[in-house]
Ligand binder design. Structure first.
Ligand code: ADP
Ligand code: MG
Length: 388
C-alpha cells in the first residue's frame, strides 16, 4: 500500500519533532498543531476498518454529522431537515461551489484525508472572502466508493470540522452518495455582506494600484517537493521522505489557509477595493480575469511579486524560474485586489500587502514588466519562461 504508507512514514519519522516544536509554539503554529494532531491519530489508530455497508446511508450521515453544532446567528435550521434555513436580515447572501475529484484535484498518496477535508472547505471560503463577505455556512456533499471505510470518512470529516471551527462557519447540510471509483467532494459556501461593501471583479479603473496579500508560489513548490519524495519512495520504500527545509511549502500545499482577516483589515483601514479575486489558479490568470471583467490593461512588476525565501531557494534547487511559479503555480488562496491611488498611504506600509502593479487602459494590454525592464504579455496558461 504505497499510497497511505508514503505520508504515514513521513509523519511517523517527524512526530517527535512536531510534538516538540508544537510545544515550543515558535513557528508555523497551525501546521504544527495539525501535524501533531495527525501524528497522535496515526499512532493511536486501531486498525479497525469498518465497511460503509455496516452503517447504511442514514447511519453514515448521522455518524459523520452529529459533531456539528450551530454557531452563526444567521443559521436558523442546520442539518436534519429537508433543507437548511438561513436568515441574513438586510445583508446580501453570497454563494460559491467547488467540486473536487480524486485523481484530478487531489492525490491521496500525499494528501491525508484530514488535510483534504480541511482544504475542501478553505478553497470555498476563499471565494467568499474574495467578495469582501463574511463566510457563514457550508454544505458538504460526498460520493464515495466502497474502497473507503468509516474510519477514512471520519478522518475527512475531522478536517472539515476543524476548518469549520477555525473559520467560524456552520456545516448546515450536504448529500451522501456512492461512487463507482474515486472520492468526490463538493462544498458550497455561503456568506453575508452589506450590499455597499460587495467587491466584484469588474470594478478596476485605469491607474488603480494592483495589490496582493501574503506571498505566492509556495503551494506549487510544496507539490513539487512532495512529488519528488514520492518518486524516491517508489524506488525504495526504505527511503524516508526528506522534507526538512520545505516546511512552509508543504504547509501551504497540504494545509492552506484562506484570508479571513483581510476583510476586517480593509475595513479598519477604511479601504474598499475597486475589484477583487482570490488567487487559486495563479497570479497571471487572476490578473487577466480582473482586466477582462473591468475592461482595463495592467502592468505587473516582476520585482514586486512577493516570494518567500523558501520558494526562492527551492526554485533554484529545482531549476525553475520563481516568477513562472508565482504567475502560474496557483493554489495560493491569497487575495488580489485593486485600490484607488488615493488609498496608497493607507496600505503602503502594511506587511500584509504588496503593491505589484498598476491598472492601465485596456489598449495597453496585460503585461509583465521584467527586472530587465522589458514588457512581456501575460498569458493565462502555457506561459513557461521568458524565451517563449
Ligand atoms: P435528503 O434525502 O432530503 O437528501 P439526506 O438523508 O440526504 O436528505 O440528508 C439528511 C440530512 O443530512 C440533511 O440535512 C442533509 O443536508 C444532511 N447531509 C447529508 N449528507 C451530508 C454530508 N455528507 N455532510 C453534511 N450533511 C449531510
Ligand atoms: Mg440527500
Amino acid at each position: 500500500m504505497l499510497k497511505i504508507r508514503f505520508l504515514e512514514l513521513y509523519y511517523k519519522k517527524n512526530c517527535s519533532r512536531f510534538y516538540y516544536y508544537n510545544r515550543l509554539n515558535l513557528k508555523y503554529p497551525t501546521f504544527l498543531k495539525f501535524a501533531s494532531y495527525f501524528c497522535s491519530m496515526i499512532e493511536d489508530k486501531n486498525q479497525q476498518r469498518t465497511p460503509l455497508s455496516e452503517l447504511g446511508e442514514f447511519g453514515l450521515i448521522d455518524h459523520l454529522t452529529k459533531q456539528f453544532n450551530i454557531k452563526q446567528e444567521s443559521t436558523i435550521k442546520g442539518i436534519g431537515d429537508d433543507a437548511a434555513v438561513l436568515n441574513f436580515n438586510t445583508n446580501n447572501t453570497v454563494i460559491s461551489t467547488d467540486l473536487l475529484i480524486e485523481g484530478v484535484h487531489f492525490d491521496l498518496s500525499y494528501m491525508p484525508l484530514k488535510h483534504l477535508g480541511y482544504k475542501a472547505i478553505i478553497v470555498n471560503l476563499s471565494d467568499i472572502y474574495a467578495m469582501n463577505a463574511e463566510a457563514t455556512q457550508v454544505t458538504v456533499s460526498i460520493a464515495v466508493s466502497n474502497r473507503f471505510t468509516l474510519e477514512a470518512l471520519e478522518e475527512l470529516y475531522e478536517g472539515i470540522a476543524l476548518a469549520a471551527k477555525i473559520y467560524n462557519v456552520d456545516v448546515v447540510g450536504g448529500d451522501t452518495t456512492s461512487s463507482t471509483s474515486g472520492l468526490v467532494i463538493s462544498v458550497t459556501a455561503l456568506g453575508s455582506v452589506d450590499a455597499k461593501n460587495e467587491v466584484y471583479r469588474n470594478g478596476a479603473k485605469s491607474n488603480d494600484l494592483l495589490v496582493v496579500t501574503g506571498d505566492l508560489g509556495a503551494a506549487y513548490m510544496g507539490l513539487q517537493v512532495l512529488e519528488r519524495e514520492k518518486e524516491v519512495f517508489k524506488v525504495n520504500s526504505n527511503n524516508q521522505p526528506d522534507l526538512d527545509g520545505y516546511t512552509y511549502l508543504i504547509e501551504r500545499q497540504l494545509k492552506p489557509e484562506a484570508r479571513k482577516d483581510i476583510r476586517q483589515l480593509l475595513k479598519d483601514l477604511d479601504v474598499k477595493p475597486s475589484s477583487m479575486i482570490d488567487v487559486s489558479d495563479g497570479l497571471s490568470s487572476e490578473i487577466i480575469h480582473l482586466c477582462k471583467q473591468s475592461d482595463t490593461g495592467c502592468d505587473l512588476y516582476e520585482d514586486k511579486i512577493p516570494l518567500d525565501p523558501q520558494v526562492i531557494s527551492t526554485c533554484e534547487e529545482f531549476n525553475i524560474d520563481s516568477t513562472t511559479v508565482a504567475l502560474n503555480g496557483g493554489e495560493d488562496y491569497e487575495l488580489l485586489f485593486t485600490v484607488s491611488q488615493d488609498d496608497f498611504p493607507k496600505i503602503k506600509a502594511n506587511p500584509n500587502f504588496s503593491i505589484i502593479g498598476y491598472m492601465k487602459e485596456a489598449s495597453a494590454g496585460v503585461n509583465l514588466v521584467t527586472r530587465a525592464d522589458t514588457q512581456i504579455p501575460l498569458k493565462a496558461q502555457g506561459w513557461k519562461n521568458f524565451e517563449d
